[in-house]
Ligand binder design. Structure first.
Ligand code: PLP
Ligand code: COI
Length: 349
């Protein structure tokens, strides 16, 4: 792979005490092109603008998929990725559904590891902070007919991050709009899934909600996920999460919490979760906690869930009694190499 290092690092301008998610990018980026049926021209070069034809399919028909993952430092400034092979597999599941070429493992992994190594000074040192990594695949040619592109570009960029949502969330169970539908692309990280959620999310924000709790598109009676998070409910002493289906992104954080919870001896259920049982749990006090989880979000608990214009507050538990924060600490300890790694999730660079 070709490596062109920058002569003008921007690291001195980076204020690690004031991290603004997605507004500062590390010095380099990785690019690899798919042309004439072959992957070629892999390169790490200075972060900068890219130029494509205005006919590129990504601009017209949204042939674009992405991933979100993080690199962490431990107290000795050793660097670790968290379950990168899961992101590798998921971007290729997304690519297949969007009729895009899959990315070979060596291109994804070598590009990722070398890029993060070169930009390791951009990984914040503090516990809970990390370097958010954004691999993405876009369709770069087109002839304006609605057919899949022949050419593609796979890129990786990164941005230092703190946590994404900074407060307990007030969320609204959605009854009108949908993020995904059965048979669609909800299980993928297709760019369009996010574009289509912006309008209903803005409407919810204007009514004072931080996020939408998405429900199934045909009946709006079953819970799916929220914002950029999978969701968990601590109901009647069981930790419950909606079973992954083709409407729900199979979150790596969610899968990790499920493994940790089972190991810790919690009663765990991965199953269909109805709106009515959540509302009943809120009314009877049997729903002790509800929280969302994801790479950017980490783990964030909900303070209020609203349904049909009624706000239901969750119990105001002390932080040390919260199962959400209990798992957040276990997860961050593993990610920052502060504890054993019983499942072999860390990959040291
Ligand atoms: N659901 C959606 C829609 C997301 O965008 C994300 C974030 O990636 C998640 C769930 C959580 O997935 P993960 O834990 O793999 O980041
Ligand atoms: C992630 O958590 O990785 C996401 O994809 C969230 C992102 C849309 C900011």
């Amino acid at each position: 792979m070709k490596i062109e290092k920058t002569l003008h690092s921007r690291i001195k301008k980076m204020d690690f005490n004031n991290i603004d998610f997605g507004n500062q990018y590390s010095d380099h980026m990785f690019c690899s092109e798919f042309k004439n049926g072959k992957w070629k021209n892999s390169i790490i070069k200075p972060f900068g603008n890219i130029m494509f034809s205005p006919t590129s399919l990504v601009f017209h028909y949204g042939q674009a998929v992405f991933e979100g993952m993080k690199a962490y430092k431990d107290q000795n400034e050793e660097v670790f990725l968290f379950r990168p092979e899961e992101n590798f597999k998921r971007i290729n599941r997304s690519a297949v559904r969007l009729e895009m070429p899959t990315i070979p493992e060596n291109i994804f992994m070598n590009g990722l590891k070398q890029l993060i190594n070169i930009d390791r000074d951009w990984i914040p040192k503090n516990y809970g902070q990390s370097l958010y990594i954004r691999p993405f695949l876009i369709a770069t040619n087109g002839v304006l007919s609605a057919n899949p592109s022949k050419d593609y570009m796979f890129m990786i960029i990164s941005t230092p991050t703190d946590t994404y949502y900074k407060y307990p969330l007030k969320i609204k169970i959605e009854e009108k709009y949908s993020r995904s539908a059965s048979g669609g692309v909800g299980f993928t990280k297709a760019a369009g899934n996010y574009a289509s959620s912006f309008y209903p999310t803005r409407l919810a924000n204007e009514k004072g909600f931080d996020q939408i709790l998405w429900t199934d598109s045909s009946t709006h009676t079953m819970i799916e996920e929220s914002g950029t998070m999978n969701v968990f409910f601590y109901l009647k002493n069981k930790l419950i999460t909606p079973k992954f289906n083709d409407n729900i992104l199979s979150g790596i954080t969610c899968k990790s919490i499920l493994s940790l919870a089972e190991k810790e001896g919690f009663f765990v259920e991965k199953r269909n979760v109805s709106v009515s049982e959540i509302i009943e749990g809120l009314q009877t006090g049997k729903l002790k906690e509800a929280f969302g989880c994801g790479t950017a979000a980490v783990i964030n608990y909900f303070k209020t869930i609203s349904y049909k214009g009624n706000d239901f507050d969750l119990p105001n538990l002390a932080e040390e009694k919260r199962i959400s924060l209990y798992f957040k600490k276990i997860l961050l300890d593993i990610q920052h190499n502060r504890s054993e790694d019983p499942f072999g999730w860390r990959v040291q660079l």
